[in-house]
Design a protein around this ligand. Structure first.
Ligand SMILES: [Zn+2]
Length: 138
C-alpha cells in the first residue's frame, strides 16, 4: 500500500518536476548563466541568482549519501509502512535529494552509505503523482 501525501497545485516552482514524475522522468534544473546544478526546483539559481534555469532529465542513478530508519510513523500514508528508510541520494548528475530506499528486506541492515541505487516511481493508491524512490542495484 502506498498513499503518500500529494503535491498541491498551483505551485509554479515544482509543477514541471511533478509533471516529469508522472511521465517517469526525474527532473532537475541547471543554470544557463553559471552552470550550477539546481535541486530542489526553484525560480532562481542559488549560486548567481539568474532566473535562466533549464530543465534536465536525470538518468536516476545515484549513491546513498546517508540515511535513517523510521520505525513508527502514525501519519496517514506512512502508518502501515512498518520500518522504512529516509535517505539522501546523490544523483550522478550532481544533485542530492531526500527520498526513501525501497525493496530491501530489513532497512536497518540492508542499506549502507555509498550503496548504488536507481530511481523508480512508486504509484500511489490515491492521487495521480507517483513518488520517486530508490532501489539498490548491482
Ligand atoms: Zn547560476
Amino acid at each position: 500500500m502506498a498513499n503518500r501525501p500529494q503535491p498541491q497545485f498551483p505551485e509554479p516552482n515544482t509543477e514541471a518536476y511533478w509533471e516529469g514524475v508522472k511521465e517517469g522522468e526525474l527532473r532537475y534544473q541547471q543554470c544557463n548563466s553559471c552552470g550550477e546544478i539546481v535541486f530542489y526546483p526553484r525560480q532562481h539559481c542559488p549560486a548567481c541568482l539568474s532566473d535562466d534555469l533549464a530543465w534536465k532529465a536525470s538518468k536516476g542513478d545515484g549513491t546513498v549519501y546517508t540515511f535513517s530508519v523510521i520505525r513508527q510513523n502514525r501519519m496517514p500514508g506512512f502508518a502501515e509502512l512498518g520500518a522504512y528508510s529516509v535517505a539522501y541520494v546523490d544523483l550522478d548528475e550532481g544533485f542530492r535529494m531526500l527520498s526513501s530506499i525501497v525493496g530491501v528486506e530489513d532497512p536497518t541492515k540492508d542499506i549502507h552509505i555509498g550503496q548504488r541505487v536507481a530511481v523508480e516511481f512508486e504509484e500511489q493508491d490515491e492521487g495521480e503523482y507517483p513518488i520517486p524512490v530508490f532501489r539498490p542495484v548491482g
